[in-house]
Design a protein around this ligand. Sequence first.
Ligand SMILES: NC(=O)c1ccc[n+]([C@@H]2O[C@H](COP(=O)([O-])OP(=O)(O)OC[C@H]3O[C@@H](n4cnc5c(N)ncnc54)[C@H](O)[C@@H]3O)[C@@H](O)[C@H]2O)c1
Ligand SMILES: [Zn+2]
Ligand SMILES: [Zn+2]
Length: 383
Amino acid sequence: MKVRAAVCSGLHEPWRTEEIDIDEPHAHEVTVTMAYAGMCQSDEHLRTGDISADAETMALFGVTSMFPVIGGHEGAGVVEAVGENVSGLAPGDHVSVAFIPSCGSCHWCATGRQHLCDLGMYTLFGPMISDGTWRHHLGDTPLNRMTQLGTFAEKIVVNEASLVKIDPSSSLRATALISCGVSTGFGSAVDRGKVVPGEIVVVIGAGGVGSGAVQGARLAGASAIVVVDPVESKIERAKAIGATHGATNMVDATFLVAELSQGRMADVVILSPRVLTGDLVAPACAIGSKDARIVATAIAPMAQTSVDLNLFNLSMYNQSLLGTVFGSVSPRVQIPRLIKLYEQGHLMVDELITTEYSLDQVQQGYDDLAAGLNVRGMVDFAL
Ligand SMILES: NC(=O)c1ccc[n+]([C@@H]2O[C@H](COP(=O)([O-])OP(=O)(O)OC[C@H]3O[C@@H](n4cnc5c(N)ncnc54)[C@H](O)[C@@H]3O)[C@@H](O)[C@H]2O)c1
Ligand SMILES: [Zn+2]
Ligand SMILES: [Zn+2]
């Protein structure tokens, strides 16, 4: 079947709409007609090379390049067809995608930590996780898909482990945003940062993920939520969804938090800037209190190993530096939970969607994100 998809052909190349071929779903696979796809920063890391794997790593997976690749890993749509042995999904079902698959049987899934599912190791590139063959083709060239999804395509073929069934009455538009950015930010505050009522929370980077963190902190009862972002308009937008204070740089934020806390500093600090570089960690720890939880949510360049960190203070202040993937909760738990909070009016999602784009405008959407114009751009497949 021929469908249109936004494909990046190599490092620093733009997203271009291509007509591609997709095959029928094999066993354990599902074809989904996409309704909406959110434009998360992680896809840009592919283009910029932040998450480029080296040749030796790719060889382990039987590929020589991460390109060409279909972008997109946030999204929601409707099941069109199912392959053999698919359980729990049928044509017509509404689904959210999940950038970490849940196999249900590996050690991590069996112990309730589906966000750490072993299938996650296959997500950056390579063929289908079902049987190691390719389902998406650009002419004779097999296509990688961002996190085994590639939601910037009219139709996608994915493993059933990458889908979460949702209620047909739920908004597919809101679900698309909840499927990665909102869930990751929310979980960074609530599930990994474990914000409790009365605490002071700092969110560094107020984009799509940071907006989820701000709202997680608000719903957990934080007494102050300080966002740090060099773009003033992001601070204003964050205040509309629950941030109480803002600063455009860490120095101003540190003085502000010192004043708000009478010198005690912030209980939880969430690092959700565009790219996580090593120099951001020391200031994040410095704005934290004794016993603070510092949550590293943003993606760092894959090969980066050096970090600015005052190790003496880390131990003497009893601080915790925590990583998180998907906000440290199973997608099958977090996505329905946040859809419910959205439907009950507690979680603002529509407010985060700054601009909607057609599939042909994916590169425009990422240019607008880089220019600081968007909290989240959204591909609407009806446009
Ligand atoms: N851990 C995970 O599972 C996971 C999941 C999704 C996204 N991510 C990552 O989270 C990060 C944020 O994603 P996003 O989609 O919200 O990106 P985004 O581009 O929407 O937002 C990033 C924000 O950070 C701001 N910023 C840039 N440099 C900054 C700095 N030095 N200090 C403070 N703010 C700064 C930008 O102005 C922007 O508002 C990305 O690195 C993304 O890849 C991680
Ligand atoms: Zn994402
Ligand atoms: Zn698993």
